[in-house]
Every structure is written in C-alpha cells, then in structure tokens.
Design a protein around this ligand. Structure first.
Ligand SMILES: C[S@@+](CC[C@H](N)C(=O)[O-])C[C@H]1O[C@@H](n2cnc3c(N)ncnc32)[C@H](O)[C@@H]1O
Length: 258
C-alpha cells in the first residue's frame, strides 16, 4: 500500500497509468472493501445504494448492468427486482469480482434471478448495442481512466430510452460546505486507513480522485456528447453524495442527420 500511495498523484493524472493504478489499488484493498464502505459511511452507503436502485426504476423484465460492480452490492439489489433475467455485474478488477461471486455463491444475498459476473473495462464493453435497459454504477465513474469513452460505451449498450443511474461522492456548491466535505473525507479516510491497514494514507486516492472529477456542468456536457439526454443530479447527505441519472437519447433520425 505505501508504494501505491506515493504514486497516486502522478499515476491518476495520466489516463494510461490510471487504469493500471486503479486495478492495482482495488486488488490491494479488495479483502476489506465491504468493511471499508461500512466504516467510511457508518453504514449509510447501504441506504444510498438502495435509493440509487429505486431511482433507476428497474422493472421485472429489465436487463440490468451493474458496471464497476466490485463485490456486487447494486447487482444483488437489482437482481431482487428482476424476474428471471440475470443481472450482469462487470468490473475491471478480477479480485473484486471473485469476492462478489463468492458472496453470491454463499447464498448470503443471492436472489432468485442470479447475477452473471464479467471482467470488463468500462471503456470497451463486451455487450451488444442497445442490450441493456438500465446501467447502474456505484462509486465507479470517478475511477474510469477514460470517462468520455466509458460514457459513450455505456450509451451504446443502453437501448434508446434506457437509463443510467450512478452514485458517487458529491461536491456541494457552497465553498464552505465543499471545504468541510474535503476536510471530513481527508479525516475519515485517514482514520479508516489506520484502523483497517495500519496505514493512514491507504485511502488517499479517494479525495485525490474526487478533486479531479468534473463538476456537474462539464459532466453533463460529456453525457450529452456521449448520447444521453435529460441528465439530472440529485444531492444526498448535504451534497456530500450525488445520484446522477441520464436517459439514452434515441439515435438521430435520417432527417436530423441530413
Ligand atoms: C469503489 S469500487 C465500487 C464497487 C461497487 N460498485 C460499490 O458500489 O460498492 C470501484 C470499482 O470500480 C472498478 N473499476 C475501476 N475502473 C474501472 C473500469 N475502467 N471499468 C470497470 N470497472 C472499473 C474497480 O475495479 C472497483 O471494483
């Protein structure tokens, strides 16, 4: 871990290095990932994830992709709502997927319809055009090395009218609240790093990646450029968390193209 923490700034500023860095980081923290979420959010991430899944408006016949699925928290919630259609959980880091698979296999939260696990980079998704009705992302967007390319891939895999719903840390508009959010994040990540890994710097990547994440305006422009419309941001926890939703626009008609 200390070796990874020292590299954080240089590595995540370079898209090519960021992909390898993120994969290495999540391989290193995978074993304690679920516990870390509980410690950092005092268990509230469960409530925010349930809210995200409700916001996505999943129907029983929907095909759902949980992208950057990690250990599958969103996939399991979605699968409990679908009826016999397997939810696909896709992630870049094999160790995270393996943990999710084991969790499902142990029957702890395994729903009737099941979850199918797939190794995949968000920027090159191995799914056919328009296959999914819903794409869910929990704490994933911030980690994508190629955010515009990944949004374009997500749009490609969604049917027109299909919906993307993503949860991530947010930044309140007020400068005071924003500074308070960063101070809170710096402190809690250091405490969690020390408690869980005996290394206060273990989760320095979280505030660093948030600092580099686009503001809502530029993110909205990226979504529209990628093929989305009706982009919305909803704030939770005084703006410290956000749910982003966007609807896949219909392909341009021949008239519009000409
Ligand atoms: C913070 S975890 C989120 C896990 C889970 N969605 C949750 O809400 O608890 C971020 C996940 O994003 C994955 N990830 C990062 N970059 C990715 C990419 N380019 N494509 C797919 N998954 C990626 C990581 O491997 C990691 O499992």
């Amino acid at each position: 871990m200390p070796r990874l923490n020292r590299r954080v700034s240089g590595a995540i500023d370079n898209p090519k290095q960021k992909r390898a860095y993120v994969r290495e980081l999540f391989t290193a923290v995978a074993g304690r990932y679920d516990l870390t979420n509980d410690v950092l959010s005092l268990g509230l991430h469960r409530r925010w994830k349930s809210k995200l899944v409700r916001t996505a408006g999943i129907r029983a016949d929907h095909r759902v992709l949980d992208l950057a699925a990690g250990t599958g928290d969103l996939a399991f919630r979605a699968a409990a709502l679908t009826n016999g259609t397997a939810v696909v959980a896709a992630d870049l880091t094999p160790t995270m997927l393996a943990l999710g698979q084991r969790r499902g296999g142990a029957g702890l939260t395994a729903p009737k319809s099941g979850v199918v696990w797939a190794g995949a980079d968000a920027a090159v998704l191995p799914f056919r055009d328009g296959y999914f009705d819903r794409v869910l992302i929990g704490y994933g967007l911030r980690n994508f090395a190629d955010l515009p390319g990944s949004l374009a891939e997500i749009a490609r895999c969604l049917r027109p009218g299909g919906r993307l719903a993503a949860l991530d840390f947010g930044l309140p508009r007020s400068r005071f609240l924003r500074a308070a959010c960063f101070a809170h994040l710096e402190l809690t990540t250091r405490i969690a790093g020390w408690l869980l890994h005996r290394d206060a710097e273990s989760y320095v990547y979280i505030p660093e990646s948030l600092r580099r994440f686009p503001e809502w305006g530029p993110l909205q422009e990226m979504l529209v450029e990628a093929g989305f419309k009706t982009c919305q941001k909803r704030q939770l926890a005084l703006g410290g968390m956000s749910i982003f939703t966007a609807v896949r626009a219909a392909a341009p008609t021949a008239e519009v193209r000409s």
